[in-house]
Design a protein around this ligand. Structure first.
Ligand SMILES: [Fe+2]
Length: 362
């Protein structure tokens, strides 16, 4: 494993066009302004603490150049969102962009990845090429029957070049055919104990927990007991967990109630962020409790990031507390700071959707 603290610093997202943005209570998201011309839509992380912002000065200028322009921009974007276009995003007040440092450790990844021959796994792998840190996956790493050959021939040429720094979890497709031999054989020790698939590790001051939602996870299961012990043994301020099935979803596969016991343990243990896949979309929720009630004080913020390359899904009725939704391929980048975090959704080349914001650890 490479040291994530020694890597990352520059992330220049591809795509063009002047960006408008709409935001949820704790972040912002962006979508193209119809009729805008191409422009540098890259964003970077500066090592200068006085200018630690995600966006280039040109984009800041586009946002803050004039109040009238900003109001007009918002009107266009909101109008576009109401027309049902993709991406479909939340609305709300606009906070400033999240400040990040070039020294912030990074966790970056997605789920639902390699679908040959037509998936976008090569495009999302290109994003990883320029983002340092630890790579997570949220399962369904390769489709359909993921034999060892499928891992080698489909996942391998794309995300496989980041195998050394990848800490995966399995999804339902990784257990088809039964036994998940392809999954555990391909990822080896980076996937945790063979046959179990749940494990934890630390990134700087953060505790990171990888769970397996394809095996027993209810109260009384071995995995449940392990998670209980792991949380008790790691009483750090900031914790992130990831597994395949989301408890909350506005997309077509929908919520998976069987992960609620794990969610409750994580909530009681003070976890801050949960990352999921299974629905092939990007969705961000406000902090919630395991019953789905908004909880700004102790709630967990869930991101669904099934955007690694598999065919994208759409959305139905937005679930409660869903803040941002988009059908777009890309990766989620989490900056793991000492007492909080910043997130940035980085789309594949040619896509303009953005999302970013900050949160504070419990
Ligand atoms: Fe999937």
């Amino acid at each position: 494993m490479r040291d994530p603290r020694a890597e990352h610093a520059l992330d220049r997202a591809a795509g063009g066009g002047v960006m408008g943005y709409v935001s949820g209570p704790s972040g912002y998201s962006e979508q193209p302004v119809p009729g805008s011309g191409p422009s540098d839509s890259g964003r970077h992380v500066s090592s200068d603490p006085a200018s630690r912002w995600l966006d280039t000065s040109s984009r800041i200028g586009a946002r803050w150049g004039s109040l009238a322009g900003l109001v007009a921009l918002a009107a266009v974007v909101l109008s576009s969102a109401r027309c049902g276009g993709t991406p479909d995003s939340g609305t709300g007040p606009t906070p400033p962009d999240p400040p990040v440092s070039a020294h912030d450790p990074v966790l970056v990844g997605a789920g639902d990845i390699a679908m040959c021959p037509l998936g976008a796994q090569s495009a999302t792998a290109l994003l990883l090429d320029r983002i340092g840190g630890t790579v997570f996956t949220t399962g369904d790493n390769v489709y359909d029957a993921p034999t060892p050959a499928k891992y080698a021939d489909c996942y391998g040429p794309a995300w496989g070049r980041h195998l050394e720094r990848t800490r995966p979890v399995p999804g339902n497709h990784d257990y088809d055919p039964p036994g998940s031999s392809g999954y555990f054989g391909y990822f080896g020790e980076n996937a945790g104990p063979k046959g179990l698939g749940y494990y934890s590790y630390d990134v700087a001051t953060w505790h990171v927990i990888a769970l397996n939602s394809q095996i027993g996870m209810q109260a009384g299961s071995a995995q449940y007991a392990w998670l209980q012990s792991d949380l008790a043994a790691n009483p750090v301020r900031c914790t992130v967990a990831y597994f395949h099935y989301p408890l909350f979803s506005s997309s077509q596969n929908g919520p998976t109630a069987s992960v609620r016991d794990l969610w409750r343990l994580l909530y009681d243990g003070g976890a801050d962020v949960i990352l999921n896949g299974n629905d092939h979309v990007y969705e961000r929720f406000a902090p919630q409790d395991p019953a789905g009630r908004a909880d700004a004080a102790r709630g967990i913020r869930q991101f669904t990031v099934g955007t690694g390359g598999a065919t994208l899904y759409g959305f139905g009725t937005p679930a409660p507390n869903s803040e941002v939704r988009a059908s777009v391929h890309g990766v989620l980048k989490l900056y793991l700071q000492a007492s909080g975090y910043a997130w940035e959704f980085v789309p594949v080349a040619g896509q303009s959707f953005r999302d970013g914001g900050t949160g504070t650890c419990h």
